[in-house]
Design a protein around this ligand. Structure first.
Ligand code: MSP
Length: 519
């Protein structure tokens, strides 16, 4: 049994047919915020990301680039690794499906499915979309004109006829429904769960799980003419990283089945239907949750290479700053919903939430302490009712944010932190510590102490979302490195009076919208 304090979180593994864009960065940032949060909350975390390197789509992209699939995948996979570095992602492992450890795991799960009697040889004839790496039935297709048939994603399909192994998915319909019933939060958000349940209730057909018409994949163990269907190969990565097929490995015992798979809504079916069915068939308990997030459009349009509106994440960070981009993506849209990206919206968030609400508060409080309290956190006298109202809101914050993060509601967590920032701004205006310097310096000390304590809580809690800003704020408050986790929060662990603080510097610069309006 995994320990209750272990937390395994995964991003989808990214196809290496193309370089990373904003959509990829989004999933990874959200997982990073969740992973960092849980670590600061004392959990043992395994955070996994990586690249999905097999299949027809990648093989075709390599051909188009005039490279061998191996050279091509090495190159593009590296771009995804670079993305994790650029966004300061705290992943514990980066998996590539071309690694030997993964090929062994994928073949082992195949063998387990064979043993359970769920694999049989047949022949597939039907529609296949290379872009989705998925099979479709006639009724799911639409007419794309000039004889072209399109999958629901808009990708063209081709007719495929070849020998194929099948997985008896049909047999798992009832066990899946039972599993969803017994695990009401296995699929979140709830609306997505309903879609999956109704899809499975409609009946499941056996799934073609091998291909013979190309070679770039994991060979089927007992018949090397076949390679494994790329989704069966890819999904297994989550097990590979735990040490599977070694069920006695420490990582497996610690982290399986605590896995939380964060995925885009387009790949929910693979994770919430096929994956638990494969696992149940292989005698392995399914993961604890699949959370499906929404998609970003750009200025109201679908992000697409053909209309050249793909948002390039590296450049975005260079122009606007890492914490700013991370904050925007996590705060702008409730996690699970679709969102629209625009530079205007990004700049608005940076200026209003970061520069005005938080940046000004930090700057005002720290400069007053620096100037009026000999650059030391002042010693408070007795707390007034107003002080206590703010402090009790501050003390409740961790539990509130924790409740949100347990539901993957990053936007909600940030909203709760910002409620305390807003209260602190109202408090500082109302208490006017600058005016107390001459009239009542003892009261001024108490007010500034109360504000410093609020800032300390805010800084500790924003670290998962904005690691740099959180760290900078804590440096400026003089909080030592060993006192920055959530175990340092709470009414009996206040900020240390007498602690020296350095000369304050601004945390969030403002942006002038006009300078960035041309995209
Ligand atoms: N390789 C598969 C996943 C296998 S996991 C066992 C795959 N890769 S992908 O690179 O095409 O997509 C990865 C993720 O990026 C998906 O979760 C997808 O939803 C997400 N996004 C792609 N475009 C997106 C947006 N425009 N907005 C938000 N997320 C988007 O699918």
């Amino acid at each position: 049994m995994p320990a209750i304090d272990s937390y395994f979180i995964t991003t989808p593994i990214y196809y290496v047919n193309d370089v990373p864009h904003l959509g990829h960065a989004y999933t990874t940032i959200a997982c990073d915020a969740l992973a960092r949060f849980m670590r600061l909350d004392g959990k043992k975390v395994l955070f996994l990301t990586g690249t999905d390197e097999h299949g027809q789509k990648v093989e075709k992209s390599a051909q188009a680039a005039g490279q061998s699939p191996a050279d091509f995948t090495n190159q593009v996979s590296q771009r995804f690794r670079d993305l994790t570095a650029k966004f300061e992602i705290s992943n514990d492992d980066f998996i590539r499906t071309t690694e030997q450890r993964h090929i062994e795991a994928a073949q082992a799960i195949w063998t387990a499915l064979v043993k359970s009697g769920d694999i049989y040889l047949g022949s597939y004839s039907g529609w296949y979309s290379v872009r989705d790496e998925a099979f479709f039935s006639e009724v799911e297709l639409t007419d794309g004109g000039v004889g072209e048939r399109l999958a629901p994603s808009g990708a063209p399909v081709e007719w495929v006829e070849e020998p194929s192994y099948f997985f008896r998915l049909s047999r798992w319909q009832k066990p899946l429904i039972k599993f969803y019933e017994e695990n009401a939060n296995f699929i979140l958000p709830q609306s997505r769960r309903n879609e999956v349940v109704s899809f499975v209730s409609g009946g499941l057909q056996d799934l073609s799980v091998s291909r013979t018409s190309f070679k770039w994949g994991v060979p089927v163990p007992e018949n090397e003419d076949h390679i494994m269907y790329v989704w069966l190969d890819a999904l297994t990565n989550y097990l590979t990283a735990t040490g599977y097929p070694d069920l006695k490995s420490n990582v497996f015992k610690t982290f399986w089945p605590t896995a939380l798979h964060v995925v885009g809504k387009d790949i929910l079916r693979f994770h919430a239907v096929y994956w638990p069915a494969f696992l149940m068939s292989a005698g392995i308990v399914p993961p604890s949750r699949v959370f499906a997030h929404g998609w970003w459009t750009v200025e109201g349009e679908k992000m697409s290479k053909s209309i050249q509106n793909v948002v390039e994440p590296f450049n975005l960070v260079d122009v606007f700053g890492l914490d700013q981009v991370r904050y925007f993506l996590l705060r702008e849209v409730p996690f699970g919903n679709d969102g629209d990206f625009s530079k205007t919206a990004l700049i608005h968030r940076i200026n209003s939430d970061l520069s005005n609400d938080l940046g000004n508060l930090v700057q005002r409080v720290l400069s007053m302490i620096h100037r009026n309290c000999d650059a030391e956190i002042p010693v408070p006298a007795s707390f007034s009712d107003d002080d206590q109202i703010l402090l009790s809101q501050v003390d409740d914050l961790l539990q509130q944010v924790r409740d949100s993060m347990k539901q993957q509601a990053c936007h909600d967590a940030l909203e709760k932190i910002w409620a305390v920032i807003r209260t602190s701004n109202i408090y500082v205006d109302h208490e006017a510590p600058w005016a107390l310097k001459k009239t009542d310096p003892i009261r001024m000390n108490t007010v500034l102490y109360t504000l410093a304590e609020s800032l300390r809580n805010i800084a500790i809690l924003i670290q998962p979302f904005m690691p740099n800003a959180g760290g900078k704020m804590l440096n400026q408050l003089g909080v030592p490195a060993g006192f920055r986790t959530f175990s340092s929060l709470g009414a009996n662990k206040r900020i240390l009076a007498g602690q020296a603080i350095p000369k304050p510097v601004g945390v969030f610069p403002r942006f002038v919208a006009d300078e960035f309006s041309d995209g």
